[in-house]
Every structure is written in structure tokens, then in C-alpha cells.
Design a binder for this molecule. Structure first.
Ligand code: NAD
Ligand code: TYD
Length: 356
């Protein structure tokens, strides 16, 4: 079996669902269920004995070690993290705690478990760490995309905490021989994406008749990766990646934020026309920029393609059409994630930001 951390979040839950759709190998899903964790994402697995969920914190090394000893996984896939840049600006403490201390505790528990395995299981074991392209910092318009050898230059508390976790993982391979793999991926989008991030936030606000808040001039560029392509990349790296290596995962889909928002508006105009016949574009509102906002991310994913034969199956056009359709088809999921503390977050992040 495999042990997945953060498997109730956006990418983790897509990964667990895809994993069990492709193979019969059971999953132990270990997640703290923060605001970003949502068991509704896994509702279709309710009766599935291959999926076991345990609520817990990766900072609790004792609980993690006890589970590892009980279930004896052959691999750990580590998604659990605080993941939203704006939240890291409002309150970096939880990012240091989970992303750095939590990864450290998880590595220590893993080392204790792995060291005592028989030799054959020890060499077959894998610790796959899921990270981000944001550790490489920001690119100018003509810079080459990030490769696996680009120097780290994180600019937000989020990316700095992920960079620290990447370094810890690297050190556990070099120092203790732990068979690690690290993936650094670009911006994901798709089903179950929490509506604090750009794409789902715009879909939600558009339908609610609310402003579509574009930070600064909207010309910041991200490289969009459909989540199931990312999940396939992780499966492939886990299967055949060279131990100790880093693999960048990207969608070859660089787009400026404003173009993404225009695409979403135009798509919604066709799929869910407004009663007054107007366009959702009229709801776009330029707001004060994010402090330290990285201008451009782009991933060179050629290593993953040439070594392991992975490339994305979706274009932005196909992936975004599936994504918008998914949100239109799942109003109950959306209503549920917008209850609780969601309104407080929206109020604090967008308060006093209008009219930039
Ligand atoms: P998410 O915020 O949607 O989910 C994070 C999950 O981790 C949640 O289920 C949460 O409950 C859980 N979690 C948080 N703290 C925990 C703790 N201390 N112990 C156990 N569980 C905890 O994040 P996501 O978008 O699914 O991202 C998953 C991973 O991928 C993260 O490591 C993130 O840095 C990385 N990543 C994400 C993106 C993206 O576009 N979303 C891009 C690059 C890298
Ligand atoms: P986000 O989805 O938060 O991902 P990240 O910051 O990790 O790239 O944001 C994607 C881009 O969209 C980023 O450049 C910030 C911008 N953005 C807005 O313009 N408005 C918003 O309301 C949000 C949440 C993001």
C-alpha cells in the first residue's frame, strides 16, 4: 500500500481518486483536514475498502510512525502543506509549521520506519515529495523556463517554506540514503480546487454576480497544468523516477492572468449566459497587487518527458472546458466549501483592495 499525506486537499484527493481508478493498491490517506481538506472530495470512495482515511497532523511524528509500522507502506506521497500564497502573506506561521516542521517530522518518522525495513523493502521504498515551481522565484519575459538546475530564489513565505522542505528532503537522501523523489510542478487547475485560488474563485464570483478581482495589471504569467496530468506525472515518477532526482512538471501552457479570466468569462457567457445578456467580463475589477507578486512562472518539463515519457494530455482549452463544466455541475460541493470560514478569508484578503 501507499501512504498519502494531504489526500483530502485539491491535488491529493484527485491523486487518490485517480490512483484507485488505475490500480488496486490500497491507500492510507493521512490528512489534518484544515480548511483546505475536504472529505466530500472522496465521497465516491466511502464504501471502498482500498481507501482508509486517518485524520492527523504530519507534525505528530509519533502518530505517523505508529501508522507506518502498522500499515508498512512501500511508498509515501507527500502532498500535505499550507498552499496559498495570499494566506502565507497574512499569516506565515502555519506555513513554517506545516511545510517545514511538518515535513521534518514526517521525514524523521519515515527514516525510523525505513531504516528498520529488510534490505529488499528498503531499496524498493520511495518518499515522493510534491513541491512547487515557486521555489525558483520569478522570471522576466524573455528568461528561459525553470529547469531542475535553476537556483532557488523563493519570494513569498509560502515558496520559502516549500524551498526549505525541498532542501530537507534532499538532505535526507544525501545524508541517510532515504530513497527520495521530488517533483516541482506549476499551477494546477481542475475539479475540487478550493475557491481561494484564481480559477475557481473567478468561476464562483462570476456566477454570484460579484467582482472578479484581478491583482495589479493582470499581466502576471502562470504555466497551467491540468490536475489529472499532474497526477499521472506523479505516478510515473513514483514508478520509474531515479532515486534522489528532481523532476519539474508543467503544462506548457503559459498564460497571463487577465487572459485566463477573459477565457473563463467567455466560456461562462456561452455555458451559463447572464440573464441580462451581458458578459461576465463586465465584472472584472482591478485591485491592489499582491505584495512581492512573482511576475512569471514557466516550467521546462523536458527531463520528465525524455527520461520517463510523460507529457500532459490536456491543452489549456480542453482542461479549462472540463473544469468550468465540473464547477457548473457541482453546486452542492461549492456551497459546502463556501460555508464555514470561507467568507472571513474573502473579507480579509479583499478588504481595502478595490480601485487599484
Ligand atoms: P491544498 O491546500 O488544497 O491541500 C492541502 C491538504 O493538506 C489539505 O487536505 C489539508 O487538510 C492538508 N494539510 C495541511 N496541513 C496539514 C498537516 N499539518 N498535516 C496533515 N495534513 C495537512 O493543497 P494542494 O493545492 O492540493 O497542494 C498539494 C501540494 O502540492 C502542496 O504540497 C503544494 O505545495 C503543492 N503544489 C500545489 C500547486 C497548486 O497549484 N495547487 C502547485 C504546485 C505545488
Ligand atoms: P493563485 O491561484 O493564488 O496561485 P499562485 O499565487 O500560487 O500562482 O494565483 C494565480 C495568479 O492569479 C497569481 O498571479 C495571483 C493572481 N490572482 C489574482 O489576480 N486575483 C485573485 O483574486 C487571486 C486569488 C489570484
Amino acid at each position: 500500500m501507499i501512504f498519502v499525506t494531504g489526500g483530502a486537499g485539491f491535488i491529493g484527493s484527485n491523486f487518490v481518486l485517480d490512483w484507485l481508478a488505475q490500480a488496486d493498491e490500497p491507500v492510507l490517506n493521512f490528512d489534518k483536514l484544515t480548511y483546505a481538506g475536504n472529505l466530500n472530495n472522496l465521497a465516491t470512495l466511502k464504501q471502498d475498502v482500498r481507501h482508509r482515511f486517518v485524520r492527523g497532523d504530519i507534525c505528530d511524528g509519533e502518530q505517523v510512525l505508529a501508522l507506518l509500522l502498522e500499515h508498512r507502506p512501500r511508498a509515501i506521497v507527500h502532498f500535505a502543506a499550507e498552499s496559498h500564497v495570499d494566506r502565507s502573506i497574512h499569516g506565515p506561521g502555519e506555513f513554517i509549521n506545516t511545510n517545514i516542521n511538518g515535513t521534518f517530522s514526517l521525514l524523521e518518522a519515515t527514516r525510523a520506519y525505513w531504516s528498520a525495513l529488510p534490505d529488499s523493502e528498503k531499496s524498493a521504498f520511495r518518499f515522493l515529495h510534491v513541491s512547487t515551481d515557486e521555489v525558483y522565484g520569478t522570471l522576466g519575459p524573455d528568461d528561459a523556463p525553470f529547469s531542475e538546475t535553476t537556483a532557488y530564489a523563493p519570494n513569498s513565505p509560502y515558496s520559502a517554506s516549500k524551498a526549505a522542505s525541498d532542501h530537507l528532503v534532499r538532505s535526507y537522501h544525501h545524508t541517510y540514503g532515504l530513497p527520495t523523489l521530488t517533483t516541482n510542478c506549476s499551477n494546477n487547475y481542475g475539479p475540487f480546487h478550493f475557491p481561494e485560488k484564481l480559477i475557481p474563485l473567478m468561476i464562483v464570483n462570476a456566477q454570484a454576480g460579484k467582482p472578479l478581482p484581478v491583482y495589479g495589471d493582470g499581466q502576471q504569467v502562470r504555466d497551467w497544468l491540468y490536475v489529472s496530468d499532474h497526477c499521472a506525472a506523479i505516478r510515473r515518477v513514483l514508478e520509474a523516477g531515479r532515486v534522489g532526482e528532481v523532476y519539474n512538471v508543467g503544462g506548457w501552457n503559459e498564460m497571463a492572468n487577465l487572459d485566463v479570466v477573459h477565457t473563463l468569462c467567455d466560456m461562462l457567457d456561452r455555458m451559463r449566459p447572464k440573464a441580462d445578456g451581458g458578459s461576465y467580463r463586465a465584472q472584472i475589477s482591478y485591485v491592489k497587487d499582491r505584495p512581492g507578486h512573482d511576475r512569471r512562472y514557466a516550467i521546462d518539463a523536458r527531463k520528465l518527458e525524455s527520461e520517463l515519457g510523460w507529457k500532459p494530455a490536456e491543452t489549456f482549452e480542453s482542461g479549462i472546458a472540463k473544469t468550468v463544466q465540473w464547477y457548473l455541475d457541482h453546486p452542492a460541493w461549492l456551497a459546502d466549501v463556501q460555508s464555514g470560514d470561507y467568507a472571513n478569508w474573502v473579507a480579509s484578503n479583499y478588504f481595502n483592495r478595490e480601485g487599484a
